[in-house]
Structure formats: structure tokens, C-alpha cells
Design a binder for this molecule. Structure first.
Ligand code: HEC
Length: 145
């Protein structure tokens, strides 16, 4: 019991440290601009291939569990929770904005999020593999063909 409590407390400390680290780093510029993606993410390869149906199905499940509430079933940003936010969730079907992103760039956007603008930083809650599975699923929303 005591061990569980200690573990819980240290987890909370980590979460707090992450949260405060984030708020000091975020600047006004970051709040008003679209997230800049560092170039080294561009070529990061997805460990799951585009034809991996199992990973895609798992990505869909993750999306429904974690993202649908804000981004909506069709990815247009009209989830049932969206009206309660101050920032409209991104329309992930926007081909101009998202159609040319690589898997690595998607990975970055989802991992980092923008907590000050109500997009959670998913790296705090999900493992890398799950984020890569999500990438397979969400990139379909803005596929050009
Ligand atoms: C609590 C609501 C909420 C949830 C849940 C949520 N998002 Fe978001 N998301 C947002 C908002 C709000 C924005 C727009 C932020 C902005 O304009 O700066 C956003 C933006 C994004 C963007 C665009 C980032 C950019 O810079 O253009 C992507 C990609 C994204 N979300 C993917 C996801 C994925 C994948 C999930 C699930 C793992 C998810 N979101 C869950 C609210 C949410």
C-alpha cells in the first residue's frame, strides 16, 4: 500500500514537472502560430507499414478512444466535446495543411500537441508505437487520392 502511494506520488511529481517545463517554454508566438516541426522528424520512419491492417485497426481504436471527442469521427474537428473548448480542434481533413506531411511530421504533431491550446501532448499518455499506429489512421483523413 505504502509502495503504491509512493509510486503514485512520484508519478504526480513527474507530471507536474512536465507541465511546468512546458508552460515556461511556450511563448506567445507558439500560441498563435501553427506548430513548427523540427526538420529531423521529417524522415523518421513509421515502424508500421502503410498496408499493416492490424496496426491501422488499432490506430482507429485509439483514435475513437482518445481523439474523436474533439476531432470528430470524420476528423473535421467537430467532435461532441468541441463546443466546450476555447480553441477549435484542427480539421484533420484539410489537404492543404496536412496532405503533404510525412509520417514523422504527424508523429511530432501528435506527440507534442499544444496543451496551452487544448491539444494534449500525447507523448505523456501514449507509447511511441501507439502514436505511430495513430499516424497510420489519421493521415487517411487528408490523403489526396
Ligand atoms: C481535448 C480536445 C482534443 C483531443 C482529445 C485531441 N485534440 Fe488534437 N487538437 C485539439 C485542438 C484544440 C487543436 C488545435 C490547436 C491549435 O489550434 O493550436 C488540435 C490540433 C491537432 C492537430 C494539428 C496540430 C497542428 O499544428 O496543426 C493534430 C494533428 C491533432 N490535433 C491530432 C490529434 C490526435 C491524433 C488526437 C488523439 C490522440 C487528438 N488530436 C486529440 C484538441 C484535441
Amino acid at each position: 500500500m505504502l509502495r503504491t502511494l509512493t509510486l503514485l506520488l512520484s508519478l504526480m511529481a513527474v507530471a507536474l514537472a512536465l507541465a511546468s517545463g512546458c508552460s515556461t517554454r511556450d511563448t506567445t508566438a507558439e500560441q498563435t502560430q501553427r506548430t513548427q516541426i523540427p526538420s529531423q522528424y521529417k524522415l523518421r520512419a513509421n515502424p508500421f507499414g502503410p498496408l499493416d491492417r492490424k496496426a491501422l485497426a488499432e490506430g482507429q481504436q485509439l483514435y475513437e478512444l482518445r481523439c474523436l471527442v474533439c476531432h470528430g469521427e470524420d476528423g473535421k474537428g467537430k467532435g461532441f466535446g468541441a463546443p466546450d473548448l476555447n480553441v477549435p480542434p484542427a480539421d484533420l481533413t484539410n489537404v492543404e495543411k496536412y496532405g503533404n506531411l510525412t509520417d514523422g511530421e504527424w508523429f511530432y504533431l501528435i506527440s507534442q500537441g499544444n496543451p496551452l491550446r487544448q491539444m494534449p501532448a500525447w507523448r505523456r499518455f501514449l507509447g511511441e508505437d501507439d502514436i505511430w499506429r495513430l499516424v497510420l489512421y489519421v493521415r487517411q483523413f487528408s490523403r489526396k487520392t
